[in-house]
Design a protein around this ligand. Structure first.
Ligand code: IP8
Length: 265
């Protein structure tokens, strides 16, 4: 039987130094590349976030709000370009580990409508996977049929790819151990939710159903909300700490690992 795809998202918080604009966390990228190389999983799709490359420019030029003023146009180019720089860094590090990585710009095959993916030409990604390459995509500044342009988050992209490729699992590598009952960075009594069925999660955490994707930008809650369509489709989501050594390797190999697993049933 053909192995189902695994979609691995390397969060911007795990691969860049968030508080320092345009600063990559080289040692973290090196570690991740080593673990990905060691795990050798077939049909792997990589997606990375923007971290301190894409986000400062996206914010400065209000790219998510769409084209409202001509002064934003150069900002779209800058935000997209910053992401290609980070992507190149990630791809080069993977290639050094002998992983046949191929960077693909989401803005070259995706168009959104009011911030949501409207058209996605996945033929190239299918062919890349079929040939045994590892496509490396990212959250990007993309064109939008209503707003002119916007920011497509890596999380929305991950869910959409998981559905398109009927992925076995999504692994989100972030800078905390998983989904907590509260923000563990500000609330030390927050507890890690280790395993959850989507319905239980929705029952216990009202923010999941009530919030609209657009109201919850970024943060763990925004990520979970983005993943819901893929989980409903039947893809398991695993949220782990991508900054802890060995975690991504174990998650890729389907070994037990500290984190949050969310599944349909
Ligand atoms: O870090 C956003 O991707 P994310 C990418 O996955 C840009 O939300 C360009 C800010």
């Amino acid at each position: 039987m053909k192995a189902r795809a695994i979609i691995l998202k390397l969060g911007g918080s795990a691969i860049t130094v968030k508080e320092k604009p345009f600063t990559a966390n080289h040692s973290a990228i090196e570690n991740l590349a080593r673990e990905i190389a060691k795990a050798k999983v077939p049909h792997l799709v990589l997606v990375h976030g923007g971290g301190s490359f894409g986000h400062p420019l996206a914010k400065k030029y209000a790219i998510s709000e769409g084209l409202k003023d001509p002064s934003q146009i150069i900002g779209f180019s800058k935000a997209h370009n910053a992401m290609t720089v980070l992507n190149q860094l990630v791809v080069e590090t993977l290639i050094r580990r002998n992983i046949p990585a191929v960077g693909v710009a989401p803005s070259s095959f995706i168009i959104t409508k009011s911030g949501r993916i409207e058209k996605m030409d996945v033929n190239i990604i299918s062919k890349i996977l079929e040939m045994g390459f590892v496509p490396v995509l990212y959250g990007d500044a993309v064109l939008d049929t209503r707003k002119g342009f916007t920011i497509l988050s890596g999380d929305q992209l991950v869910a959409s790819l998981a559905i398109t490729f009927d992925a076995d699992r999504i692994i989100l590598g972030v800078d905390v151990d998983g989904l907590y009952t509260d923000d563990p960075k500000t609330d030390p009594s927050a507890k890690l939710i280790e395993q959850s069925k989507l319905n239980e999660l929705k029952r216990e955490h009202s923010w999941i159903d009530k919030a609209k994707v657009t109201d919850v930008t970024g943060g763990m809650r925004g990520k979970i909300i983005e993943l819901i369509p893929a989980i409903e489709h039947g893809t398991r989501a695993l949220i782990v700490n991508g900054t802890k050594r060995g975690t991504i390797y174990r998650a890729l190999c389907n070994e037990k690992v500290k984190g949050t697993i969310i599944e349909r049933e």
